[in-house]
Design a protein around this ligand. Structure first.
Ligand SMILES: Cc1cc2nc3c(=O)[nH]c(=O)nc-3n(C[C@H](O)[C@H](O)[C@H](O)COP(=O)(O)O)c2cc1C
Length: 160
């Protein structure tokens, strides 16, 4: 049977930032949203397109997302996309050679998934000293970020 459904697997533990992104992408893609677990694993198996997303924790996707991806069956070329939210945003760390998506991308490629897109935006961060200073990236994801997320999802559908 050829898989036809679409699934977004996400975890959003810090402020629900990544959940907001998953929730605006889902209707555009007509995708179900699930947290890592048995149900998600089964849904991924029957999907032609899968999104994997979380906040960034110490330079990579959330551990539960990495573990989930690591435990997945082989993707046999199924299409996957990555997304994340983080306090700094993606661009600044990238400039100094830090790639927040690297770990998850590597795992998924090793599992035989074809990465068809990646999305990132800032997310409110109150970890450690930032929290005492009122947090960074307050208000993110904002309307503009979420509009970009919808547009990203539309482009995925059109294959652009
Ligand atoms: C323990 C911890 C570690 C974090 N590490 C990073 C990091 O390395 N880089 C970054 O930009 N943001 C970091 N953040 C901020 C989160 O990535 C950001 O707030 C994200 O939007 C959280 O997503 P969520 O609300 O969906 O869980 C960290 C936050 C916490 C609580």
């Amino acid at each position: 049977m050829v898989p036809t459904s679409r699934t977004i697997v996400y975890t959003s533990t810090h402020h629900g930032n990544t959940r907001q992104v998953a929730e605006v992408m889902a209707p555009v893609l007509d995708a179900s949203t699930l947290e890592p677990g048995v149900e998600a694993e089964e849904a991924v198996r029957g999907s032609s397109l899968v999104g994997f997303g979380s906040g960034i924790f110490f330079g990579a996707h959330h551990r539960s997302m990495l573990e989930f991806a690591n435990a997945l069956h082989q993707g046999h070329g199924a299409a996957a996309f990555l997304f994340s939210t983080s306090g700094t945003g993606y661009r600044l760390p990238r400039l100094i050679g830090i790639d927040y998506h690297r770990k998850l991308r590597r795992i998924l490629r090793r599992k035989g998934y074809t990465i068809v897109g990646e999305f990132h935006c800032k997310g409110f961060d109150t970890y450690g000293p930032w929290g005492r200073l009122g947090g960074v990236s307050k208000g993110h994801p904002n309307e503009f970020d979420l509009a970009r997320a919808r547009e990203f999802a539309r482009r995925l559908l059109s294959g652009a």
